[in-house]
Each structure stands twice: as C-alpha cells, then as structure tokens.
Design a protein around this ligand. Structure first.
Ligand SMILES: *Cc1c(COP(=O)(O)O)cnc(C)c1O
Length: 341
C-alpha cells in the first residue's frame, strides 16, 4: 500500500469520473464549440453569482491572467508574503504583468484590511508604485489550510472599494473553505472582482481551473489565455470531469478535514514534534523537535510507504485527499503513533 500525502493533486480519476469524461460533448473550445466546457463555465458562473467564467489548464494560468486583467506594468499588487501567486508561480506577476508585489506577513497567510491600508501607495508621490490590486488566498497553502473569516473579507472589500482597488481571490482550495465554514459561493462572488478555483485538488479531477468574473473581464481573459498559450481544443473531457467533481466531491471534503484533524491530534502527542498548526481544512503543517533530523524522519516514513512534503524553513506538510482511504488513514495513524525518532 503506497500512501501519498504530498498534495491533494495526486488523485486519479475514479471509474465513475472516467465514465462521465467518456460522455463529454466535445468541440473546438477556441471557437467556443465545446458543449461540456460551455456547460461547466455557465454552471460555475451561476454558482458564484458572477456574470461569466472561463476554463483554464491550471490555477497558475488563471491567477496570472487575473493579475494581468487588473493591472498595468509598473503598478503594484498587495498580497501575503507566503502567497502562491508570488512564491510558487515562477515569478509570474513580474513576467506577465510587469508588476511588483508588496508583501505582508499575515497570520498563516491571511492578511487584514488594516495591514493592506498600511502598505497601500497611491500615485500622488512619484517615488511609489501605484497600488491597483489586492490578491488573497483562501484556503492558504503555506499557512496550512487556514480560512479567512467573512467579517475580515467584508472589511477588505470595503477598503478596496474606497481606494478603488481590484480584489482577486486565489481560491485553489476555496471548496475546502466553503465546506469548513459552511458558506455559499455567492458570498464570495459578491466580494471579489475575480476568483480562481481548482478542480484538480480536493475535488479529484485530472486537470482544470476556472476563473469567474464580470462579462467584460472574462471577455478580456479569453484573449489573455490565448496569449499565454492556454487556448485549448476538445477540453470537454476535462470539463466533464470537473462537472462530475462539482456534483459528487464537494461535501465529501468534510471527510478529508476530519482525517487531517485526527492526524494533527496524533502528531501533537509525539515527543519528536515541535509544533503543529491547528487544522482547519485538509492540510497539516508541522515542525520537528530540534534533535530530530528531517532526512531521517522522511526516510522512516518512506520505509512505511508514506510520502509527505518538506516545505522549507523546517516545515513539513501532509495533505489529505480523495484517494486517501480509511484503511490508509488507520495505517498512517498507527504508523505515526509508533514512530521512534
Ligand atoms: C495549487 C495552487 C494553485 C494553482 O496551481 P496549479 O498547479 O497551477 O493548478 C494556486 N494557488 C494555490 C494556493 C494553490 O495551492
């Protein structure tokens, strides 16, 4: 039994999902002739109460197109210092949009309206870049799956309105936040100019993200996606997988969250653990006691056929997902409890 907990992107399509993919209504999506992709885009736009949506091959491309939509070269966006858009997208904001990132050290990847206000710069002083965009992440990746409180998001939206800033949400794992906080997608649609969501993480589809926004922004986004090389043809096979995932795999995320919580509780009891971040969704981030070598720790897990990831700065990450079944979970709990380091 191989147990891969490095990410929730490692899942493979189930037979049910594959059967839906085989029934996709496909056509050339560059000509907007792909039935299943059109259906997915309409369904996701409707779910968020937004005017339009666009299918992307990756969350990275969806985020980078959003940044390009909302900014001009030389301007500045504000985000958390650990955010995916400025750490894990290969320097995309500088490369694609020519913008700089003003970063804030938030609480587990979450920033506040007050912090945003403190780094905001306008064009009245010629030395400063003009801030035009705020980008948030929910749930946070490096912050260990932490979720924003609605109250803070409303404050941030009010601040952005008053300063005429655009607001983007990197919602790669927004599905997890919706389930954990029992919120409706429309509550997010009301606050953000654009939102990217992933289907290839917790929801278990093989490929695909969707960007939602206004009709005007999404029309522009079609061109930017083409510019970045993301205009694709018979995407319906993937859209059908995403539609199936949306129907079948959202509420089950609770099970991933429950298992992650159990892993946190077991880890917290071990003598070789320094700290475990309180689990809110499907990510467990923790550090080892100073006397324990990271390489030995990973090797011991590897001997038990368990893979997890190392995030740098002494942090480790475990992510629960659709292919992590109950038998595996029982085995992992037992293995962690008996691990001698
Ligand atoms: C995974 C992820 C993305 C998108 O990643 P892709 O691999 O490009 O789909 C974006 N933001 C966050 C926070 C992520 O975890």
């Amino acid at each position: 039994m191989e147990i891969n907990l490095i990410s929730d992107t490692v899942t493979k399509p189930t037979p049910e999902m594959l059967s839906q993919m085989m029934k996709a209504r496909v056509g050339d999506d560059v000509y907007k002739l792909d039935g299943s992709t059109n259906e997915l885009e309409a369904a996701v736009a409707d779910l968020f109460g937004m005017e339009a949506a666009l299918f992307f091959p990756s969350g990275t491309m969806a985020n980078q197109v959003a940044i390009k939509l909302h900014t001009q070269p030389g301007e500045q966006l504000i985000c958390d210092a650990s955010s995916h858009i400025c750490n894990y997208e290969s320097g995309g904001p500088a490369f694609h949009s020519g913008v700089s990132c003003a970063t804030i050290v938030g609480d587990r990847g979450r920033i506040t309206a007050e912090q945003i206000k403190s780094v905001y710069t306008d064009c009245s002083n010629i030395h400063y870049p003009e801030t035009t965009l705020v980008s948030l992440e929910n749930t946070t990746n490096k912050g260990g799956g932490a979720c924003y409180d609605m109250k803070e998001l409303v404050k941030i939206k009010e601040l952005c309105d008053s300063l005429e800033l655009k607001l983007h949400l990197d919602g790669a794992r927004l599905w997890n936040a919706l389930v954990a906080k029992q919120l409706h997608p429309k509550q997010f649609g009301e606050l953000f100019d654009t939102i990217s969501v992933c289907f290839s993480k917790g929801l278990g589809a093989p490929i695909g993200s969707v960007l939602v926004g206004s009709k005007k922004d999404i029309t522009k986004a079609i061109r930017l996606r083409k510019l970045m090389g993301g205009g694709m043809r018979q995407t319906g096979y993937f859209a059908a997988a995403a539609l199936y995932a949306l129907k079948s795999n959202v509420s089950r995320l609770q099970r991933d969250h429950y298992r992650a919580k159990q892993i946190e509780l077991i880890l917290a009891k071990q003598s070789w653990i320094k700290e475990v971040l309180p689990v809110q969704t499907n990510i467990v981030v923790f550090s080892l006691h100073d006397r324990v070598g990271p390489a030995l720790f990973l090797e011991k897990l590897k001997q038990k056929n368990i893979s997890i990831s190392e995030m740098g700065s002494g942090l480790f990450r475990i992510v629960t997902h659709l292919d992590y079944r109950e038998v595996m979970h029982e085995y992992v709990i037992e293995s962690l409890s008996n691990l001698e380091l």
